[in-house]
Design a protein around this ligand. Structure first.
Ligand code: 5AD
Length: 351
């Protein structure tokens, strides 16, 4: 409890603090104290606003083989698909008409989409919808590719670091992936002027309190604009099929902690949270989250973007369910905001 109170006062944590705090994570009083502070800070920077992002999962081809992920290269049971440029634009059109002003183009690391194709797509989306923010989430690329996408008009980039512990990273990802490369990408993206999202899974196989302490320390160092935090959910076609899912409570606790460490961050109440708990989204908002990401992927492809078992993609997780989503956000004491929803203070002014 003492560490929690210090966190509330100082908005920072050492590694030792983080370990002590995590040891207290199951204490409901501590969780309540942190959630209260988290919601207060969110209010101070964003009022009651919860920002909506239209998620377009445009390819489930991936050259990587992350051991936990349903669409990893080695999974032969996946029906692979990729959307054409026209299809992506039509998803944006649908989202725009529904009132969404951010589109997130997310996909596996699909070599078919060369840098030129991605840059072309970014240009077309930004030309057609200049009032909208465009977020890319397409994995690790060389700095020059990130620069090309930024020059084409991309505003934001999501690249979860997954775990900030190098050994744990190797346990979850085969060669040649490395935490070092991942971090390098995140710093490149920041440097190029993107709003950058990092993030991690809670309860992934092999994760210890030490790993989570590293995540918290790393996030303070990177100081990203967005942080995606969701529970691990096993997928039947992975080596982790029999592993237990991550804890919803611990995910909520960490959302509150990250809100306090990075008060202006945009924190989604993730789909994985909504998948494990019917009230997951509302609980996420009550813990300090301020972003929801309804799915704009064409319905026939949604099930194929199968990162983990039973992934929610209908009802309030879908763009079709926006009216319901808006009601439920209001019941949680917030308001769905129909605007781009940039990070407070972005773009940072130069020296
Ligand atoms: N459980 C939870 N999240 C997962 N992701 C991938 N596989 C899983 C899983 N089994 C998350 C990763 C990735 C994001 C797109 O989805 O954190 O960054």
């Amino acid at each position: 409890m003492d560490v929690a109170k210090r966190l509330v006062r100082e908005h920072s944590l050492t590694r030792e603090d983080a370990l002590q705090l995590l040891a207290d994570a199951k204490n409901p009083e501590t969780a309540a104290l942190l959630a209260k502070e988290a919601v207060k800070l969110r209010r101070a920077h964003y009022g009651d606003k919860v920002f909506a992002r239209g998620l377009i999962e445009f390819t489930n081809y991936c050259k990587n083989n992350c051991y936990y992920c349903g669409i990893r290269r080695g999974n032969g049971h996946v029906a692979r698909y990729r959307l054409t440029e026209e299809e992506v634009l039509s998803c944006c059109g649908k989202g725009y008409r529904l009132g969404l002003r951010t589109f997130v183009l997310q996909g596996g690391e699909d070599p078919y989409y060369t840098d030129e194709k991605i840059a072309g797509l970014v240009r077309k989306v930004k030309e057609a919808y200049p009032a909208c923010a465009l977020t890319l989430s397409i994995g690790e690329k060389p700095r020059r590719s990130y620069r090309m996408f930024r020059e084409a008009g991309a505003d934001r980039y999501l690249l979860r670091h997954e775990t900030a512990d190098p050994d744990h990273y190797r346990f979850l990802h085969p060669q040649p992936m490395s935490l070092e490369a991942r971090k390098g990408c995140l710093y490149d993206l920041k440097d190029l002027g993107y709003q950058v999202g990092a993030g991690f899974m809670v309860g992934s196989p092999g994760q210890t309190a030490e790993c989570l302490a590293s995540d918290l320390v790393f996030l303070q160092e990177l100081n990203p604009h967005m942080v995606g935090i969701g529970p691990f959910v096993p997928h039947r076609d992975t080596r982790f099929a029999q592993e237990p899912a991550g804890s919803v409570e611990l995910t909520l606790f960490l959302l509150s902690v990250v809100r306090i460490l990075l008060p202006k961050a945009l924190l989604p109440a993730t789909t994985a949270l909504g998948t494990l708990d019917l009230q997951g989204r509302e609980k996420g908002l009550a813990a300090g989250a301020n972003v929801v990401m309804p799915n704009l992927t064409p319905e026939r492809n949604r099930k194929q973007y199968d990162l983990y078992d039973h992934k929610a993609c209908t009802g309030e997780e879908s763009a079709e369910g926006l009216a319901d989503l808006s009601k439920r956000v209001a019941l949680a004491g917030c308001q769905l905001a129909w605007e781009r929803g940039d990070c407070q203070g972005w773009p940072e002014k130069g020296p």
